[in-house]
Write a protein that binds this ligand. Structure first.
Ligand code: GLN
Length: 245
């Protein structure tokens, strides 16, 4: 039977994820309450604003977040885009805001600067095939470091999106980072800093469906072969530099 995917609908761009899932011939349902989680095989946590969902974890009287934790512990797949990746992260740089703290990654919010520095670029994502992926970043986070069990799936060059635009307003970290992780997987958890639901390329959602339907085995790689597409010639991603932070 085709799987049913829940899209957490407390906050963020819900309709776009539902459309992507339906375009792949699966059922998508909007999740607002704990009891609805029983009828889904996988969950998407959309982009939005992580401080808003953090407040909901404190205020919400429904047990939705407890139920999501149980879902994770049971090994059921969750895909977090942008805010969703922040909400899943064990660590958020400089913040103790409410989160699920399920995935062994450290994220930096708004890593490319404010909304007006949102940008689009092509990424090399080997797990999705050779064709580069058109990725849209909207005030997105990056993953600064990832634990051993995390499979790095894509990176961007450390200067992308802000080079020459925000000089002085963001720290110069060129000695620390060649690139930042922007897509990763740890067992049943998948995250991306960008928004595939805003494009017609369904490969990321399809990959997630394969996780849900048991067809995407996780192979832990160092990510050393996953470099920013546009900088393939000039940069080699340096996982050591990333884990040094
Ligand atoms: N900047 C947002 C945050 O920190 C995330 C933005 C997004 O999900 N598009 O929560």
């Amino acid at each position: 039977m085709a799987s049913t995917i829940g899209v957490l609908s407390l906050q963020g761009d819900v309709a776009e994820h539902c459309r992507s899932i339906e375009a792949l011939g699966r059922r998508a349902i909007q999740i607002r309450y704990a009891r609805q989680m029983d009828s889904v095989d996988g969950l998407i946590i959309p982009g939005g604003e992580s401080t808003t969902i953090a407040k909901l974890t404190a205020d919400n009287t429904d047990a939705i977040f407890d139920r999501i934790r149980e879902f994770i512990d049971a090994g059921k797949p969750i895909y977090g885009t942008c805010m969703g990746s922040i909400f899943l992260a064990k660590e958020i740089e400089g913040s103790t805001q409410g989160r699920l703290a399920a995935m062994d990654i450290k994220v930096r919010r708004n890593a490319f600067g404010p909304q007006r520095f949102s940008f689009e670029t092509t990424l090399n994502i080997p797990a999705l095939g050779e064709e580069p992926f058109d990725a849209i970043f909207i005030r997105g986070p990056v993953i600064l470091s990832a634990g051993e069990g995390v499979d790095v799936m894509a990176r961007v060059d450390a200067n992308i999106g802000r080079l020459g635009k925000t000089a002085g307003s963001l720290p110069d970290e060129s000695a620390l980072y060649d690139s930042y992780i922007v897509m990763a997987r740890q067992n049943n958890l998948l995250v991306s800093s960008f928004h595939p639901e805003l494009t017609d390329d369904l490969r990321v959602h399809n990959f997630f469906l394969q996780m849900v339907e048991g067809e995407a085995p996780s192979g832990v790689s160092s990510g050393a072969n996953v470099v920013a597409h546009q900088n393939q010639q000039r940069h080699t991603a340096n996982p050591m530099a990333l884990s040094a932070v």
